[in-house]
Design a protein around this ligand. Structure first.
Ligand code: NG6
Ligand code: CA
Length: 510
C-alpha cells in the first residue's frame, strides 16, 4: 500500500513537472526592445562598417535577422500605435506625431498587445518612451495622469510622456510624475510660454546645445525643447543619465517579476534627438553624439541581456528587437550628426529616411532571439511590427481581436519563410503599398524633399513602382514600363486602403 502511494505520488509529481515545463515553453517571457529612429544600416550586423554594435549583433547572429522587417510608419507615434494595437495607424486620424500634451489616442476599450498577454496570465510592463498621448485633454501633471499605459494593458509603466525633445521633461511612474515636489507644480503649454521663463529663441546664452529648426521653446538642462514647461524642477530628468535610468528600471522589473511569465516593452530613447550620451560614451563612435548614443544603446542592451542570464531566464525569454522608424541626421539640433557621418550610411542602401515613404522610412532592423529555441538564420520574409499582436497571441495560446495584425508566429520563430503577402506603409498620413518584391507609391503633391532634415519624402505627382529585389535603392521607376503590375498593386492596395488616400484629385493610370 505504502509503495502504491509512493508510486502515485511520483506519477503526479511527474505530471506536475511536465505541466510546469509546458508552461515554460508555451509562455516564455516576452521582451520587445524598441529603439527610436535607428536606421536599417545603423548596426554592424546590418552592414555598418564604421560603427560597432556587438551586443545587438549577438542577438541578430544568434536569432533570426529579418531583411524585410518593417515598422508600419516612418514616424514614431503611428508605428507605436500599430505595434501595440495591431491596427493600421492610418485608420486613426490622431495617430500622428503628438505633442507632449496630447490626449491618449488608444481607446481604453481597444484590444492591445499587453491586454491580450494579461488575459493569458502575463505580467505586463513598459519602460521608456510612450508617445501615444496621456489623459483626455488638459492633463494636470500634478495629479493622477490617466488614462495612459496603465489603462491600456500595462500593469507597470515607467515612461517618458512623448519624446526626449518635448516637454514635460519628467518621468511618469504609473500615472504620477516621479519625484515631483508638490510645492513646485508643473505646467505645460504647447502654444505659449509662461511669463519670465527663458526660451531657446530668446536666451541663446543659456544653451549647451543649439537648435537648428523647431526646438526653440523651454530650456531644460541647457537643451531647448519643443513646448513650454514651468515648475517640476526636482522631477526633471537628467538627459545624460536617461539610458542608465531606463536600463536600471528594466533590470529591476526583470528581477522582481522573473518567477512568472512577463511581457516587457523596453522602449529606449536613442538615437532620437537630443542625443545626449553619458560622458563615458562621448567620443566612443568617432561620429559625434548620434553614433555615441547608438553605442550607448548597444551597451544597455548587452547589460540587459546579462541580467536575463544572471537571473536564469535567458532560455525562457523571447526577445524581439526593432526600431520605430528610419534614420535622420539633423532632426533639429546642431549636434555634428551631419558633419561627422563620414562613410557611415544610416539607411544602408535604402532610399529616404525618417518621414519618407521610400524604404528607409519604415524598413528597419528587425530581429527575433530566443536562446535554444530559435535557430539562427537570415529571413527575407516580409514582416511587420503590426503582427506582434496576432503572432504572440498564437504563441501564448490566447485569442486576440486581430485588426490588421496577421499571425506570423512561425516566421518570427524562424520556422517558416512565408511572410506577409503585402503591407501598407505610412509616412505622415501618406501611404504606399508593398506586395511581394514590389512597392507602389501613389501620387502625392507635397514637397519631394524636406530640406531641413535633408530627406526625400517619396512624393511625386506620378505613380511610382519599384522592384525591391533588383532595385533596393528605388532608382528605377517602372510605373510606365510595367502598367500591368502597377494596376494589380493599385487594386490590391485600394481594397484595403479604400479610395480616399491621395491629395492628388485626379488619379490617372496611363
Ligand atoms: C518633429 C520634430 C523632430 C522629432 C519628431 C518626432 C521639429 C522641427 N521636429 O516634429 O525633432 O521630434 O517630430 O520624432 O520639431 S518621432 O520619432 O517621435 O516621430
Ligand atoms: Ca522615432
Amino acid at each position: 500500500m505504502k509503495n502504491l502511494i509512493k508510486i502515485c505520488m511520483s506519477i503526479s509529481l511527474l505530471f506536475l513537472l511536465a505541466s510546469c515545463t509546458q508552461q515554460k515553453t508555451t509562455q516564455p517571457n516576452i521582451v520587445v526592445i524598441y529603439l527610436d529612429d535607428l536606421g536599417y544600416g545603423d548596426l554592424s550586423s546590418y552592414g555598418a562598417t564604421e560603427l560597432q554594435t556587438p551586443n545587438i549583433d549577438a542577438l541578430a547572429e544568434g536569432g533570426v535577422k529579418f531583411t524585410n522587417g518593417y515598422a508600419t510608419s516612418a514616424t514614431c507615434t503611428p508605428s507605436r500605435y500599430a505595434l501595440l494595437t495591431g491596427v493600421y495607424p492610418w485608420r486613426n486620424k490622431k495617430a500622428k506625431i503628438l505633442p507632449g500634451s496630447a490626449p491618449l489616442i488608444i481607446s481604453t476599450e481597444q484590444e492591445t498587445l499587453p491586454k491580450m498577454l494579461k488575459r493569458a496570465g502575463y505580467q505586463t510592463a513598459i519602460v521608456g518612451k510612450w508617445h501615444l498621448g496621456l489623459g483626455t485633454g488638459n492633463v494636470d501633471w500634478n495629479a493622477h495622469i490617466a488614462p495612459g499605459p496603465n489603462e491600456v494593458g500595462f500593469e507597470s509603466a515607467y515612461i517618458l510622456a512623448a519624446t526626449q525633445d518635448r516637454v514635460p521633461t519628467v518621468y511618469i511612474k504609473d500615472g504620477y510624475v516621479d519625484g515631483l515636489d508638490p510645492k513646485d507644480p508643473i505646467s505645460v503649454n504647447y502654444q505659449k510660454n509662461f511669463e519670465g521663463e527663458p526660451t531657446g529663441r530668446e536666451n541663446p546664452e543659456l544653451l549647451t546645445m543649439k537648435w537648428h529648426h523647431g526646438h526653440n521653446a523651454s530650456i531644460v538642462n541647457g537643451i531647448p525643447r519643443i513646448g513650454y514647461m514651468k515648475g517640476g524642477d526636482a522631477a526633471k530628468w537628467s538627459d545624460v543619465d536617461m539610458a542608465d535610468h531606463f536600463l536600471k528600471k528594466a533590470q529591476e522589473y526583470v528581477r522582481v517579476h522573473k518567477d512568472k511569465p512577463f511581457f516587457l516593452y523596453y522602449a529606449l530613447q536613442q538615437p532620437h534627438v537630443p542625443r545626449t550620451p553619458h560622458p563615458r560614451f562621448v567620443g566612443k563612435s568617432g561620429m559625434g553624439p548620434r553614433g555615441d548614443v547608438i553605442v550607448e544603446a548597444d551597451w544597455c542592451i548587452g547589460e540587459f541581456m546579462k541580467t536575463l542570464e544572471e537571473e536564469g531566464i535567458l532560455d525562457n525569454t523571447l526577445i524581439i528587437f526593432s526600431s520605430d522608424n528610419g534614420p535622420v541626421l539633423n532632426d533639429g539640433y546642431y549636434d555634428d550628426a551631419v558633419e561627422k557621418i563620414g562613410n557611415h550610411k544610416p539607411a544602408g542602401e535604402l532610399r529616404g529616411g525618417k518621414y519618407s515613404l521610400f524604404e528607409a522610412g519604415a524598413r528597419v532592423p528587425f530581429v527575433t532571439y530566443w536562446k535554444g529555441k530559435i535557430q539562427p538564420g537570415i529571413s527575407d520574409a516580409l514582416v511587420c511590427q503590426i503582427d506582434f499582436l496576432a503572432s504572440l497571441a498564437n504563441l501564448v495560446g490566447e485569442e486576440a481581436e486581430q485588426g490588421d495584425s496577421q499571425d506570423m508566429l512561425d516566421v518570427l520563430l524562424g520556422k517558416s519563410d512565408k511572410g506577409r503577402e503585402n503591407l501598407i506603409i505610412e509616412a505622415n498620413s501618406r501611404t504606399a503599398f508593398r506586395a511581394g518584391d514590389w512597392v507602389m507609391i501613389p501620387p502625392y503633391k507635397g514637397k519631394t524633399i524636406n530640406e531641413k532634415v535633408n530627406i526625400e519624402l517619396g512624393n511625386d505627382p506620378n505613380y511610382q513602382l519599384y522592384n525591391l529585389k533588383d532595385d533596393i535603392s528605388q532608382q528605377q521607376n517602372q510605373a510606365e514600363s510595367n502598367p500591368e503590375k502597377l494596376k494589380q498593386l493599385l487594386a490590391e492596395f485600394e481594397e484595403i486602403r479604400g479610395k480616399n488616400y491621395s491629395d492628388v484629385k485626379e488619379l490617372k493610370l496611363k
